[in-house]
Design a protein around this ligand. Sequence first.
Ligand code: OGA
Ligand code: MN
Length: 310
Amino acid sequence: MKGPYTGPFLASDATMNIKPLHPIFAAELRGADLREPPSAELVKTVEDAVDRYAVLVIRGQDIDDDQHIRFSRAFGPLELPPDLGISTVRRRLRRELYDASNLDAEGKLLDLNSTRRNYNRANEIFHTDSSFNDLPTKWSLLLAHVLPPEGGDTQFIDTRAVYDDLPPATKEKIENLVAEHFLYNEWSRGGFIEVTEEMRRRMPPVRHPLVRELPYGRRALYIGAHASHIVGWPVDQGRALLQELYGFATQEKYIYSHRWQQGDLVIWDNRSTMHRAAPFDDAMTHVRDLRRTTINESGPERASTDPVPA
Ligand code: OGA
Ligand code: MN
C-alpha cells in the first residue's frame, strides 16, 4: 500500500505542505487560500493529495458560496442536486449546492419529523455520495459555515484499505459482482418514507460493480447505505453479503473522525471512501450549517434527474 505522500510537488513549493491525519489515509493541506482563483499548482497539489489520501482537509477558509463553487469547478463539472419532486420545502441554497444543514428555507431549525431531517438520519449510515445515480461522481467538497458547540463530527472510511485487507476468498467471491443502489433504500427500510411510483421513476435504482477500479491503479470496495442487494442473487442473500462487507469495512481502524472547525473545507473522493454524519444532538437544538458541492469525472453539469443532453 502507498505510504504518506512525499512527491516532488510538495518539496518544491515551500508555501504548501501536507500533514497526515490518520495512519492509513486523510491529510491536511496547509498554505492554500481559496479566496484567490486556484492556481495550476494548487489544483495539481490537491488532485495528487486526494489520490493519495482520499480525504483532504483545508482549514481556515473564510469563503463564500461563489468561491466554494469556483474552487470545486477547477476539478470537474458540478453535479447538481437531483430534483426528487418530493420536497414541498423551498430551497435554502442555490442550485449548485447540496444543503447538509439542519435548517429550513428560512434558516430555522428543521422540524424533527421533516423529510429533510429524516434524510439527515440516513446520512448517519456510512455511504458514498450519489452512488444512487449513474453520473460518474468524483468528489464531494463540504464547507463548515456554522457548527454546534459540540458533536456533529463526520466520519470517513478508506475503502481501498478495506478492499486490500479483505480475505482472499472474499475478494474472489465479489470480484465480478454488481450491486443495485437505490436512493430510498435506507429511508424505506427504516420506515421513514413510503416510496411512490413517481419517486422511483425520477430516481430509479442503478447498478455499480462491488469492486471499483481507481484511475491510479488501486481498487476499492464500493458499498454503503444505498446498496440494497446483489444483481442476480436472491435479495436476502445479497443483503446479507452487503451487511457482512459493511461490518468488515466499519472497523475502528479504518475510520477517520473529522472534528469540524468553522471554515474547514473537507474534500473526499467518493470512489475510494465512505462517510457518515456521526449522530449528534438528536433534538437538534443547535444550528449546523454545512454546504456541499459535488463534482463529476466528466461533464456536462447536470443533475441525475435532468434529461440527458443529446
Ligand atoms: C454529506 C454528508 C455528513 C455530515 O454532506 O454528503 O454525508 O456530517 N454529510 O454532514
Ligand atoms: Mn454524504
